[in-house]
Design a protein around this ligand. Structure first.
Ligand SMILES: Nc1ncnc2c1ncn2[C@@H]1O[C@H](COP(=O)(O)OP(=O)(O)OP(=O)(O)O)[C@@H](O)[C@H]1O
Ligand SMILES: [Mg+2]
Length: 415
């Protein structure tokens, strides 16, 4: 996402006019000419997408103000309105949730600086989106936003990916290669899953944070980079520091400004707004008409636990938009979460036991979790990797959960 300035309809129209007139006067186009025009059209396209998202966002806010006539919520809505009035760019939607508004206000202030930002939050809470929002609202918006997933690359390749390498520095390095830090010079680098960064690479990152110096793998030459760092993690990084898994000095340098995105279950007030937003988005992207939700489906979504947070809600809305004709109902939900399947017999068991309410609650939720995991495993025939992907959950965390509940994935292979 590259924003050279805040897009407006007038500027975008002006660009279209330039493309139109340059095409009108050209009798023929060579390859470079076509590429140039394509690049201009792509930019206009990106701007229109951004403008449409902004429009939806404004619409959402106005609807919300209309829906919340009482003084308290209007007062909160004005906080959102103030962000918009300051031309805050947000490629999504958000409600009146105070915790989230606070995060966005900090993000807005942080955006104007070069300071490193650490974004924490469960999977699917919008960490990457927020990182892009910080970049888009920063003076670096016209430069590159480069994203690196520290957990997806093997430790040996990660260093070359981040800092580059010189020819012959390791087997297969046939020519010099720039790393992501150099590519993001003057722009922003987004270090996703920073908790997965191996200890050796942590030292090198510390050096960039201290004085902006990097060295390509296999070279002694120091290269200066002016790259703003935004890191994200769904692990509890401070605990990793305590367990000596993550360097303390690096933690403090990365978290000069730290933001924690609340899970969706703690900002349920936003669910209706998000549903609305994704219904429109899914209809546009899938080229279908906008679906309506049956009251019981809406009720289900309002009360679902959303372990995969906003991503899970988005996936559900895309799925039901694809499957339903006009009105989506419970039957369009993925089987693993369809209410019939998550029925628990925990309550029946509890009736027979003489236990306290708290114990009953805990036992019921343990039972429900166990049943949910077993049903889900059945659906994916015991494949933990597939299930972890579906639940947007770290695979090793899922395995810990399964172990805790005494569930053996291999028992579900042939179910
Ligand atoms: N406020 C929002 N409005 C609209 N869409 C959102 C919002 N927050 C998140 N999303 C969407 O939800 C999805 C998940 O967001 P994102 O990838 O930023 O999460 P994440 O925290 O980085 O997840 P992970 O830890 O799994 O990488 C994306 O499609 C994103 O566009
Ligand atoms: Mg992410």
């Amino acid at each position: 996402m590259k924003y050279f300035f805040t897009p407006s309809y007038a500027r975008t129209l002006e660009k279209l006019e330039i493309i139109r007139s340059s095409l009108r006067w050209k009798s023929e186009l060579d390859y470079t000419g076509i590429q140039n025009i394509l690049a201009q059209i792509n930019q206009v396209r990106e701007e229109i997408i951004l403008l449409a998202a902004k429009e939806r966002f404004r619409q959402g806010i106005n609807d919300n103000i209309d829906d919340n006539k009482d003084f308290g919520s209007n007062k909160r809505s004005s906080r959102k309105q103030a962000l918009l009035d300051r031309n805050f760019i947000f490629d999504g939607v958000f409600g009146d949730n105070e915790n989230l508004l606070e995060m966005l206000e900090i993000a807005e202030k942080a955006a104007r600086t070069y300071l490193p930002v650490l974004i924490e939050g469960e999977s699917g809470t919008g960490k990457e989106l927020l990182a892009k929002v910080i970049h888009a609202n920063s003076p670096r918006a016209g430069e590159s936003f480069v994203s690196v997933n520290c957990g997806a690359i093997t430790p040996t390749l990660l260093e070359s990916e981040l800092f580059g390498h010189v020819k012959g520095s390791f087997t297969g390095s046939l020519k010099d290669r720039k790393g992501k830090f150099e590519t993001a010079h003057k722009g922003t680098i987004f270090l996703d899953e920073i908790g997965e960064l191996p200890k050796e690479s942590q030292v090198k990152l510390l050096r960039v944070l201290e004085n902006g110096d990097i060295q390509r793998v296999g070279s002694d030459e120091t290269i200066y980079v002016d790259t703003r760092i935004i890191a994200a993690t769904n692990r509890y990084l401070f605990q990793m520091v305590k367990n000596k898994k993550f360097r303390e000095d690096l933690y403090y340098r990365l978290s000069v400004i730290s933001l924690t995105l609340p899970p969706l279950r703690e900002r349920k007030d936003e669910i209706p707004l998000l549903i609305d937003y994704f219904c429109t988005e899914a209809a546009e992207k899938l080229d279908k008409s906008r679906i309506t939700l049956s009251p019981r489906l809406r009720h289900f979504l309002m009360n679902h636990s959303f372990r995969g947070n906003i991503r899970e809600l988005r996936n559900i809305i895309y799925r039901i938009t694809c499957l339903a004709d006009d009105t989506a109902d419970l039957r369009h939900l993925p089987e693993v979460i369809r209410p019939e399947l998550s029925d628990s017999n925990a309550h029946d068991n509890l009736k027979t036991k003489n236990i306290s309410l708290d114990e009953a609650r805990k036992s019921a939720s343990d039972e429900a979790e166990k049943k949910y995991l077993e049903d889900s495993l059945k659906q994916v025939k015991g494949n933990v990797t597939t299930l972890a992907k579906y639940l947007n959950m770290n695979r090793s965390y899922l395995q810990t959960l399964l172990k805790k509940r005494g569930i053996k994935p291999r028992d579900f292979k042939s179910v």
